[in-house]
Design a binder for this molecule. Sequence first.
Ligand SMILES: [Zn+2]
Length: 478
Amino acid sequence: MSLSRLGAHLRRRRGPRPRWPPTVPLPCTRASGTRGFDQSRDYVVGQLRNAGYAVNVQPFTFPYFQELAPSTFERTAPTARTYEHATDFNTMDFSGSGDVTGDIVPIDLVLPPGPTPSSNTSGCEAADFAGFPAGAVALVQRGTCTFGAKAQNAKTAGASAVVIFNEGQPGRTEALSGTLGDPIDIPVVGTSFDVGNELADLAQAGTTTVHVTTSTLSENRATYNVIADAPSGRADHTVAVGSHLDSVVAGPGINDDGSGTSQDLEMALQYAKAVKNPTNHLRFLFFGAEEEGLLGSAAYVASLSQDQTDEIMAMLDFDMMASPNFARFVYDGDGSDFPGNEGPTGSDIIESLFTGYWAGRGLASGTIPFDGRSDSVAFTDAGIPSGGIFAGAEGIKSEEQVAKYGGTAGVAYDKCYHQACDTLANLNTQAMGQFADNAANATARLVMRDNDLTDNTETLKAKRTTKSQDFKGPQLVR
Ligand SMILES: [Zn+2]
């Protein structure tokens, strides 16, 4: 597949200057609910229709969230301290707006933290708030239940704002950044363990007062999935190839996931020209609102009847194909490296298609778990064999990985992940070539395959069970 064609798809996305919305300044973005997304949708739809696909645009509504101004957080008593945004605290997604001054009330904290991460139940039960003074600021600790559940319980008890601090074990100390899932109309901030621990100590000794301001927008907006069906192939053996068409609000999302969508679009155009008599049916899916918690893929799978679900023999997810400091990750379909996280029966075969292709070209790869962070979740939860490849996001590359993949140790796979700098300049075209070739190979092999993927179940006997995850898409929920 030609890289210049891929670049052309990405460049042609640039339309007229965004005028949306008239009052709130936005960065250059393709987030669901913005004009940039709708332009991406129209471009993809036009290209696919011209190539002969039956294209269906599926609308759904989702909760949109945006910060309208930077939030502030400070302690005013017993001594003053101003907290630094990002270092000490972040606004939780779907926090309400407000300008609140109130006294800190610690809620069922475990300090020092227990030995096991995700072990305390601070704020998880309504009873934790017995006797809570109305108007106070609840101080809760990350733990077993979701941020949203803690914040909702606090609000119900009369809290004017909520401070959720990180739990305190190694790896759980930085300023929390996550989502409440649903709007809660009081300010909710996530802080580092140190900030919360200090506030807890001070509050135990005497009155401790904080001042928090947030300015946010939460509202339901419409967005879309684009579903494109090739004209032929047996429908009861449908191969679904997916990527997400939206970006985060903060930037244009060219690696995440302009790389996967442009790859899939080019695959679709070449396939339409080259393949006239496939064995199986090929369907391309361009999801909206992935960045809001995998909402497009969930809406798509929810819209299928059981028969339509059963017709999908495999789902391939392509998200982030060109990370500048890339690794070659393959979802661990058979659970050999992440026991208990295996995909449904047949995911082992998909994994081996991806690893085998790279191995055949002398390219090493590594595995990642099905961990709740990709659009394949809705499909694996429905029992559909799934897989995908991934070049890496905010994780830091190790020395070991540099020996395997090249690049720079101690630096993120994509240092522009979810930022304004995820532009065309952020793409690693060498990675893009390696990933696009692998994606096309796996897709072609599945489309030409005679049997479905239940005919080779050596490594997977049991169906995967759904369990609670820390992530919903890119966002931390607990
Ligand atoms: Zn993504």
